[in-house]
Design a protein around this ligand. Structure first.
Ligand SMILES: [Zn+2]
Length: 293
């Protein structure tokens, strides 16, 4: 099943939905970060959850989500823009064999934070507790409390058993009442989406949009408004990494130059590596000395 993100509404029921099939997106993240099956599961769930929120972003906005858990996984970061370009990484990539379940990796109650930003400006920020110890439910709780938009989020993933870790399918659904919509209808769908049988059903096989909405008892025919293809995409570049190097203390650049004769910088988001030669470093150093003179 190819990756797709579908946004739509139930005009009579007063609900909006976003549906995502995102196995390709997850696998690109797992491949880049070489995450193991436990870490990869949490990364995949976070990437699909972030993709579901792309429809809420306006032109050039970017949303950065952080799930901060006390267990061995630590922080899971995912961010997304309005074109459904998603990227992210978990703090720990290898958890097996010491940690052998998602629940053990999460380890307890945490926090979830979100920052909406424009290219040169930080916009809305928010933080709430993450009491469900579950990436999707904690995000729904965050949206309901911090953004004051009642929300239901469910993501179902299936991982291949053998290494390298790979996602067979990943299905996500976000539901929210439209302004003035009927809350009873939403509450019932949310109750189903949070139930164990629904999660097990979502994780048992790839599900289509219509199967998923039918399972949530949303009998009315949905109106699809927009389809996009979510992709794993990072906006890093050598130029951007270089501008970060330019902010370092000139002594740090000088010591890289003297000790290594080059610098190698990895992007946390996509694991791409950027190399800076001695000549590159000398030019950064000359510029930074000229700037401070
Ligand atoms: Zn990158």
């Amino acid at each position: 099943m190819s990756d797709v993100l579908i946004r739509g509404i139930f005009p009579h029921g007063g609900l909006r939905f976003v549906f995502c099939q995102g196995a390709g997106l997850c696998n690109e993240g797992l491949r880049r970060h070489r995450a193991d099956p436990i870490s990869g599961w949490l990364l995949g769930e976070a990437l699909v959850a972030a993709a579901l929120l792309s429809a809420q972003l306006k032109f050039d906005e970017r949303l950065t989500l952080r799930w901060i858990y006390p267990g061995p996984i630590g922080t899971i970061l995912a961010d997304v823009n309005e074109s459904a370009e998603v990227r992210g990484f978990p703090q720990r990539l290898t958890l097996l064999p010491d940690v052998n379940s998602v629940a053990a990796a999460i380890g307890g109650d945490g926090r979830i934070s979100a920052v909406t930003s424009l290219p040169n400006r930080i916009g809305r920020t928010g933080i709430t507790e993450a009491i469900f110890r579950d990436v999707s439910r904690d995000l729904a709780y965050f949206l309901s409390l911090s953004y004051q938009v009642e929300s239901a989020v469910a993501v179902g993933l299936a991982m291949r058993a053998e290494l390298p870790a790979a996602v067979e399918f990943a299905t996500g659904i976000l539901l929210q009442p439209l302004p003035g919509g009927r809350l009873e209808r939403f509450d019932e769908a949310r109750r189903i989406s949070e139930s164990l049988p629904f999660r097990q059903w979502l994780e048992a096989a790839p599900r289509s949009l219509h199967e998923t909405l039918a399972r949530l008892d949303l009998g009315e025919t949905p109106q699809e408004l927009q389809q996009q293809v979510p992709v794993y995409k990072c906006n890093c570049s050598k130029h951007k990494v270089e501008s970060v190097l330019r902010t370092l203390d000139p002594d740090e650049i000088r010591s890289m130059l003297e000790q290594e004769g080059m610098a190698q910088v990895n992007c946390h988001f996509c694991a791409d590596t950027y190399y800076f030669s001695a000549a590159d470093l000398q030019s950064i150093l000359d510029n930074s000395l000229a700037g401070t003179a």
